[in-house]
Design a protein around this ligand. Structure first.
Ligand code: SF4
Length: 205
């Protein structure tokens, strides 16, 4: 993340069980996880959270108190594993108003996907996710991470910017979407996507 501090969890273990990216082998984080230091760091983070959620968030909070970064990112790897985790993110954001936080998430791919995939009818109303992304502090930017061929729940599309993967097949990308071509510490778009009312596009590489 260059100059932007972040915390990550291990993909697959912390991701929703219907996330398609690791199932079809295109999770770019897993590619990086061949480096043992990354595996150890992400795994250690998850162990600390599972053993003692208070300690995990206190450590992040201590870092933020000391360094007061302008920007912080959750989950370069991994995702929100449960409602408790999201609720603690909200508290953390509220306690560190000088920092702008951001994460992308597929955590909505739980009950929707069981429901939709069973019915094979994506026009039926989605049921609510197991994880509710509410409330959203003013200094937190949430981006809903989509996947080609997988439906996006309308209520999330209405509330948050969407991240699309341009794989040559994805046909839902708005014309005015922002194309991710830089590094975060020279771009920062995703921290302001909602204010700019634009979605973001990642190109498959
Ligand atoms: S669009 Fe910019 S801020 Fe968003 S992920 Fe890409 S480089 Fe980072």
């Amino acid at each position: 993340m260059g100059k932007i501090p972040s915390i990550s969890l291990p993909p697959m273990l912390s991701c929703p069980r219907h996330a398609p990216c690791f199932e079809d082998g295109r999770c770019y984080v897993i590619k990086h996880m061949k480096f043992s230091v990354v595996v150890r760091a992400f795994g250690k983070n998850f162990r600390i959270y599972n053993d003692d959620p208070e300690r995990y968030f206190k450590q992040i909070s201590g870092y933020l108190d000391f360094n007061e970064p302008e920007y912080f990112r959750f989950h370069v790897g991994g995702d929100i594993p449960c409602q408790d985790y999201y609720d603690r993110i909200v508290k953390l954001c509220c306690a560190h108003k000088k920092t702008k936080f951001m994460f992308m998430t597929k955590c909505y791919m739980d009950e929707h996907y069981i429901h939709w995939m069973k019915a094979k009818d994506y026009s039926i109303d989605p049921i609510m996710s197991n994880i509710t992304l509410y409330p959203v502090p003013s200094n937190l930017s949430i981006i809903i991470s989509s996947w080609p061929g997988y439906p996006i729940p309308p209520y999330l599309k209405a509330a948050f910017p969407i991240a699309y993967l341009e794989d040559g097949i994805e046909d839902r990308i708005p014309e005015d979407a922002h194309h991710c071509l830089k590094h975060c510490d020279e771009c920062y778009f995703c921290w302001f996507a909602k204010e700019k009312k634009k979605d973001v596009v990642f190109h498959l590489h």
